[in-house]
Design a protein around this ligand. Structure first.
Ligand code: 5AD
Ligand code: SF4
Length: 471
């Protein structure tokens, strides 16, 4: 048994990150024969991609996927720790599983992901949900086959969570959710330690994959018909700083663009590491999508300082304007937290000012959620929950106004859209995204799925647009 330890999780050393290759244990290839698994994924793209690895590991053991929890022999929850509501959803789901487990005691239940890295969560699971058979964290996904073998063959409860800086395992198998777009990890962990954020504790130190592994993955995806890749990391602009002297995100972006992949984008950028070289490269290559997610978090210099963000409102706006100047059609989205401890009315108005100045294409907005172990969770807070709700609503109204305005600029224009799904709102239409990440519902025959087509926008709403194909 290995339990998470927050104090260990925050340590950082200069130890060199080890790279190992995943080796499949063929003895376990039949462990899941005639068994089904059900997986539920919470949180960010990183977690979505981890679940793609988990699915492949399970299918290599002969498990098959089911969309219905009640049908499953193995239930996995891949969890997110970023805010309280993500937590609550998982504990709510565990309540449902508890009932199921009473009827079907042989169902194996596993919890993994960021919540599993939290001391308080594992304690609560052991006290109140002790039927959970397997708990593992973000550092040992590759060990899933052997951990499951212990649970299934020896009927033991396994808790294997490591609060370490972390290494890198290459070539973990992957079963991608899409045939057209793929996530590619370029970096794991984070060393920024923004005072509100749990990620540096749950995902270890910032460690970059080598460019060779990344470029190989892109080339393989192109061979398999993929049209778009998203380079993933908590702080991708700092890519390479931990392993190279003279090769960073700008170089990687350029090399990925030169592979000839039709589209490449990246998330998430921290304004601190966004270099001019990066801006030049993004502007230079047509296949680097003119879309940047640039979290602001707050527009108040006082709050930014308390958050440990290392930039001022003025520096953020300067970077924003530089991006728009280099790429006038680029869409820029953001993340904003309201109700950080002691955020005054004036601080909140500073945030609204920045929104009014930048007119973001869209934004994810959140109420501050204290995460145990982070410095912000220990800060005194005099602002009421009601006031925070009100601020969120005010902010959302403003954000939505600008989203609609940004979308209106697309009316009657021609844009490239990668058609990736049948539309949720109308099954005679296909849905996809522009290179600026605008959702478009398109009247198009099913054969066009997976293609990048030219679309004329005929109608726009706040969160999506309608269009038709032009030949
Ligand atoms: N409370 C609220 N929002 C948070 N985020 C990260 N940590 C917290 C927290 N403790 C938000 C940030 C980040 C996004 C992924 O989640 O805006 O950019
Ligand atoms: Fe992703 Fe962060 Fe949530 Fe973990 S805590 S799943 S890294 S958003």
């Amino acid at each position: 048994m290995n339990l998470p330890d927050l104090n260990k999780a925050k340590l950082r050393s200069h130890n060199i990150v080890k790279i190992k290759e995943y080796i499949n244990d063929n003895n376990l290839n039949k462990l899941g024969l005639n068994k089904k698994y059900f997986i539920r994924t919470y949180g960010c793209q990183m977690n979505e991609h981890d679940s793609e690895n988990i699915k492949a590991l399970l299918e290599n053991m002969s498990f098959r996927e089911t969309e219905t929890m009640e049908e499953a022999d193995l239930i996995l929850l891949n969890t997110c720790a970023i805010r309280e509501n993500a937590h609550n959803k998982v504990f709510g789901y565990l309540g449902r599983i508890k009932h199921l487990k009473e009827e079907k005691p042989d169902v194996v239940t596993a919890i993994c992901g960021c919540m599993a890295q939290e001391e308080s969560v594992v304690k609560e699971i052991r006290e109140k949900y002790n039927f959970v058979d397997l708990i593992f964290g973000t550092h040992n996904i590759d060990a899933l086959p052997s951990m499951l073998n212990d649970v299934i063959t020896n009927k033991t409860q396994e808790i294997e969570v490591y609060s370490i800086e972390g290494d890198i395992t290459e070539n973990i198998p992957v079963k991608r959710d899409s045939k057209y777009k793929a996530w590619i990890n370029i970096q794991f962990g984070c060393d920024k330690f923004c005072t509100y954020c749990i990620v540096p504790y749950t995902r270890g130190k910032q460690r970059s994959r080598t460019k060779e592994y990344i470029l190989e993955e892109v080339k393989e995806l192109i061979k398999n018909g993929y049209k778009e890749v998203t380079l993933l990391g908590q702080n991708v602009n700092a890519y390479g700083k931990d392993i190279y002297d003279d090769y960073g995100m700008a170089n990687l972006l350029e090399d990925v663009a030169l592979t000839g992949i039709e589209r490449v984008r990246f998330v998430t950028s921290h304004p601190w590491d966004f270099s001019d070289e990066m801006i030049n490269v993004i502007a230079k290559y047509d296949n680097i999508m003119p879309y940047i997610h640039l979290p602001l978090q707050s527009g108040s210099n006082k709050i930014l300082k308390l958050m440990g963000r290392r930039y001022t409102k003025e520096e953020y706006i300067t970077l924003f304007n530089k991006l728009k100047k280099a790429m006038p059609n680029c869409s820029i989205t953001t993340d904003i937290i309201v109700g950080f401890p002691n955020e005054s009315e004036e601080d909140f108005n500073d945030t609204l000012d920045v929104v009014n100045e930048c007119k973001f294409d869209s934004a994810f907005t959140f109420i501050f959620s204290p995460r145990i172990g982070t410095p912000a969770a220990r800060m005194e807070d005099s602002i009421s929950a009601l006031e925070k709700e009100k601020r969120l609503q005010t902010l959302n109204e403003l954000i939505n106004k600008y989203s609609k305005e940004a979308n209106l600029k697309y009316l009657e224009k021609q844009v490239p859209v990668l058609l990736e799904n049948i539309s949720e709102k109308d099954d005679t239409m296909l849905a996809g995204y522009t290179d600026t990440m605008k959702l478009v519902n398109v009247k198009a025959p099913i054969e066009k799925l997976g293609q990048i087509v030219n679309v004329k926008i005929t109608d726009v709403k706040t969160w999506s647009m309608d269009g038709e194909i032009i030949d």
